[in-house]
Design a protein around this ligand. Structure first.
Ligand code: C2E
Ligand code: CA
Ligand code: CA
Length: 749
């Protein structure tokens, strides 16, 4: 049996297995020794048996120390102590082996037992030493096991106490043998039992009670409801959450099945494990449960029972729902977010491939002012009221959401929108938001793109709808505009102009034409440089076509810089031939925002080495409407540097005559709209006359633009106007043509 156990040990992966194997094997020699002693009738054999027994005992003790040190490791740090034990045992084995030479340990005397010859041990002091050593080690081991049994948790105690008790009994048995001096040592049976027991306890035995305890703790502590059923389906146990869920007590386990069916429907009775999600109730009050049922087999044929686990997922589900809601809805208005709206629209377009849709862009004009004048809290309320308006008018028939700060998107049937258009227009005419006493009329514009190209991305559809709004400006009765072919072409042209600009400048597709400016006697004194774009595809383009676009996106600076440079080049080339001529260049109001005009222009003049008086600066009166002080300072700086500053289109805007008194300008270019009506309108004539008179008094030179007829020319001359520009003299001309024109008209007096 011991050999069998030792072999089994060598197959085990447990750490203690080696020590157990050693112990089991070490128990064999004393038994063999004992058998030899019992069986022999010859003294020499008996002696050999004795040596095997005694030295085997040292070995057993050493193996026991080794096993104990490992088995009780957690409770007794016995490294040094075990080492001392090994030395003691080693020394003892040595002194026993010296007995044949010194005869100090024992001898054998012949005697008769039960009519058989038998050699009985006669112990000397060496044998006493041996016994002392063996008992010392034995008590040490016993002590370690006692400590371990006391210190360990109760549920683990049996692992130590069983070994301890058996070990003590075997020790007592052996002691009994020694002192009774009976010939046969029956305690060897105890050795064998002990060896097998150690093998079983340390390698095979698993304390079931312990596992039970731990598992039932886990089951009781679960937050999930757990029900255990016997093979007939009767509930035999439930944890507290399980009882709570069904609102029963521990004594009412028989109710479990009925209540479960009441809540979740009948449990399917297959012998297969199953899982299921159940929703109880509807809407916000719905409760979510996850059910999991498992069967436990006792053996191949028999069912041990089953258990059902129910988890209340309601909180988690609500959290997920909340998160989804938050990520898809705008927190201020509760409308869809842009991403979610677009996503829904994409799905709709995929699902309903036949319907005709309109993307509607709703934009609050001047919303920043609402925030500034009232408060951002009022702004929030305004946005919420717009959201409410959308909900009241649109809910059910379309998708809508908040696209940006003050913009909303609606996606609906194009026909339905067309049907509602008039009603909406009427409502927008007087869209008032209120917060207590505060009332404000919001200006809301709506752009519509009727989806003709479904392959477009939704964001592009709304971009187009947004773009349509740009055509509303000015008309205060109109709030809704459609994206149409005209707008599309305009956008395309915008794009083409913007994209081709840099190349056009570099290749001189854009170049200045010069329109002559004459004095009262018809002599050309200078010219205005006016940009022209000779486009390879578009053909000849007037600035009216491209300048507004470039002014919008700020690229006008590039054109202006280019024209200024060209003007300077021309002036430089005129040195010696047309020294008396000047060129006026236009400065867009936008330029003031983006560049330092003074340094830019002085730089050019220096670069081309021309006199500043030759390069005249035209600014429009709209420039003077903001930051007047700054502009005045800048114009004065230009004038101080020798440039001549002209006020362009005077009278077309809002500049007051008052401002004129302080305006740091040298020349007033009177807007041509006064002339177009001057034939019939006496009032316009009066205005022009007075402007001319006033400028004269202020020492400002007057120039009239748009002079088309001889009559206009002579009337203006009579009024005292100094300079003239207009088709009557010449249209804007290419440089060479201008040069020959100026040559011809330089002598007229
Ligand atoms: P503007 O500065 O008032 O230029 C005068 C405009 O009146 C020019 O139009 C010119 O061709 C036109 N014009 C001249 N005489 C007559 C006439 O007798 N009858 C009529 N009906 N029109 C006349 P253009 O060249 O088409 O320029 C339009 C506007 O574009 C300019 O108005 C100016 O504001 C802007 N512009 C032109 N070139 C430039 C430039 O290089 N830079 C900037 N920033 N603006 C420019
Ligand atoms: Ca001009
Ligand atoms: Ca002008």
């Amino acid at each position: 049996m011991l050999v069998f156990c030792a072999v089994r040990c060598s197959r085990s992966h447990k750490r203690i297995a080696k020590a157990v194997r050693l112990l089991d094997l070490s128990l064999i020699p004393p038994m063999i020794g004992n058998l030899i002693i019992i069986g022999s009738s010859i003294k020499e054999f008996s002696l050999i048996g004795c040596y095997i027994f005694f030295i085997g005992m040292d070995l057993v003790m050493a193996a026991l120390v080794n096993f104990t040190a490992k088995y009780c490791k957690a409770f007794c740090k016995s490294h040094r102590k075990s080492f001392i034990m090994y030395i003691l045992l080693g020394l003892d084995a040595a002194q026993m082996m010296l007995n044949p030479f010194f005869g100090h340990a024992f001898d054998l005397e012949a005697t008769i037992v039960q009519d058989l010859p038998y050699y009985r041990l006669v112990p000397f002091y060496g044998q006493t030493i041996h016994r002392v050593v063996i008992y010392t080690v034995f008590f040490f081991v016993i002590l370690v096991f006692i400590i371990a049994s006391i210190k360990t948790a109760r549920i683990y105690r049996e692992r130590y106490s069983i070994i301890l008790i058996v070990m003590a009994l075997v020790g007592l048995w052996e002691t009994f043998y020694i002192f009774s001096r009976t010939p046969v040592d029956r305690s060897m049976i105890g050795y064998g039992v002990f060896g097998i027991l150690v093998y079983y306890i340390s390698l095979i035995y698993r304390p079931l009670r312990l596992l039970d305890r731990i598992l039932s703790n886990i089951a009781s502590d679960m937050t999930e409801a757990l029900y255990v059923f016997d093979p007939t389906g009767r509930c035999i146990w439930s944890n507290q959450p399980g009882l709570d869920l069904l609102d029963i007590t521990e004594g009412e386990l028989d109710e479990v099945n009925a209540r479960l069916s009441g809540m979740f429907g009948k449990r399917p009775f297959t012998r297969e494990d199953w899982k299921d999600n159940r929703i109880l109730g509807h809407g916000d009050d719905a409760l979510y449960y996850y059910l999991e049922n498992h069967y436990v087999n006792a053996d191949r044929k028999h069912l041990a029972g089953s258990y059902l686990m129910i988890r209340d997922n309601t909180e988690e589900q609500r959290r997920i729902k909340r998160e989804i809601y938050n990520s898809t809805h705008d927190s201020l208005t509760g409308l869809f977010t842009k991403q979610h709206l677009y996503e829904c629209i994409r799905n709709t377009l995929e699902e309903k491939t036949d319907d005709h849709y309109a993307a509607v862009f709703v934009d609050v004009k001047n919303f920043k002012i609402v925030n500034d004048i009232f408060s951002s809290a009022f702004g929030d309320i305004a946005l919420q009221q717009i959201a409410d308006w959308l909900r009241n008018n649109m809910a059910g028939k379309c998708l809508f959401g908040r696209i940006g700060g003050d913009t909303f998107g609606v996606f609906m049937s194009a026909e339905e929108f067309a049907a509602d258009k008039e009603k909406i227009e009427k409502e927008l005419l007087n869209f008032i938001v209120t917060d207590g006493n505060v009332e404000h009329r919001l200006l809301i514009h709506i752009g519509v793109y009727e989806v003709s190209d479904r392959s477009l991305d939704v964001s592009v559809m709304f971009d187009r709808a947004h773009l349509a709004i740009s055509t509303i400006s000015g008309n205060f009765k109109k709030h809704i505009a459609y994206y149409d072919q005209k707008l599309r072409e305009k956008v395309l042209l915008d794009q083409r102009i913007t994209a081709g600009l840099q190349k056009a400048i570099n290749t001189m597709q854009i170049r200045p034409y010069l329109q002559p400016i004459t004095n009262r006697s018809g002599k050309v004194v200078g010219a205005e440089a006016l940009a022209r774009w000779i486009h390879p595809e578009q053909g000849f383009m007037s600035p009216a076509m491209f300048i507004p676009i470039l002014e919008k996106n700020g690229l006008i600076i590039e054109v202006d810089r280019h024209i200024w440079r060209c003007a300077c080049k021309i002036l430089a080339s005129w040195k010696g031939t047309h020294d008396d001529l000047f060129i006026s260049v236009n400065i867009s109001p936008k330029d003031f925002y983006f560049i330092d005009i003074v340094s830019e222009i002085t730089g050019l003049v220096k670069e081309y080495d021309i006199s500043p008086q030759k390069l005249r600066i035209e600014i429009t009166e709209t420039v003077m409407m903001t930051d007047v002080e700054d502009k005045f300072r800048m114009l004065n700086e230009l004038r101080r540097l020798g440039f001549i500053v002209e006020m362009d289109d005077f009278g077309s805007g809002y500049s007051s005559l008052n401002l004129l008194k302080e305006m740091p300008v040298d020349v007033l270019k009177i807007d041509m709209k006064f002339l177009s009506s001057s034939d019939s309108d006496k009032k316009a004539q009066t205005i022009i006359r007075n402007i001319i008179k006033l400028s004269e008094e202020l020492n400002i030179v007057s120039l009239t633009e748009g002079v088309e007829t001889q009559q206009q020319y002579s009337e203006l001359s009579d009024m005292g106007c100094k300079l003239f520009q207009g088709y009557f003299f010449a249209k804007p001309l290419p440089t060479e043509e201008f040069e020959s024109f100026a040559f011809v008209h330089s002598t007229i007096s």
